[in-house]
Ligand binder design. Sequence first.
Ligand code: SF4
Ligand code: SF4
Length: 97
Amino acid sequence: MSNKIPEHIDDKLFTVKYKCDEETHLKPNQEDCKVCKDRPCTYCCPANVYSWDEEQNKTLVGFENCLECGACRIVCPAKTLDWKYPKAGCGVSFKFG
Ligand code: SF4
Ligand code: SF4
């Protein structure tokens, strides 16, 4: 087993496996997103799940990459981010070691 420390988070994310659900388990309240100061979900997520789309005036959600850490739910100032685990059998699985 290698003790080499990854230089970038992408090196670790490469070891994560996903089984994608067809529907999102992460649903921002788009009305709150429009007036959200700083939109912290767009920079707190380690997997870059959220991005703000100026043209569509909405938060886009790449839920397929979610690591289920829960950080976005905590930082959302409106507390209206509808956050659930993916349905049974779907979601992320981590490889340790
Ligand atoms: S932090 Fe919450 S309200 Fe703000 S953009 Fe993200 S989901 Fe929307
Ligand atoms: S739970 Fe974690 S990985 Fe998933 S979207 Fe929220 S911050 Fe990103």
